[in-house]
Design a protein around this ligand. Sequence first.
Ligand code: AMP
Length: 135
Amino acid sequence: MYLVSLIKEKSEKLMTYDENNIFAKILKGEIPCKKIYEDKYIFSFHDINPQKKIHALVIPKGKYIDLDDFCINASANEMVGLFKGINIVAEMLGVSLKNGDGYRALSNIGKNGGQEVPHLHFHIFGGEKIGKMVE
Ligand code: AMP
């Protein structure tokens, strides 16, 4: 418990969620997007600059900057909601192993991870071979 509260304290000091980031604006309906799916916990839409035949994004509705922030601060229900959401969207896109040939789910974290938008998101790449994991 002590360790958890220490980590939490540290994360609160280091991170401030930017209410005006582009995905926050999409969630508020201030910017249009090509919506795929929405439920209580997540929102999903097509990436504006697709890197593969299928390139979707899945984001939590909660205000989390990245996966670290989410793991430290999200509720158990939000965590289940996000991961179930990725699976739901993959199936909707026809790339899950239930109805397709697989996909890659990927989340960039921070500067070295190459994260551009400071609201946690998972990329879903599919529809073709995704290729090397890291270039
Ligand atoms: P990352 O580098 O992991 O932060 O990825 C951010 C992703 O958001 C990139 O793949 C962008 O193409 C995508 N993106 C940025 N703005 C929009 C937008 N308005 N609608 C959909 N996708 C966007």
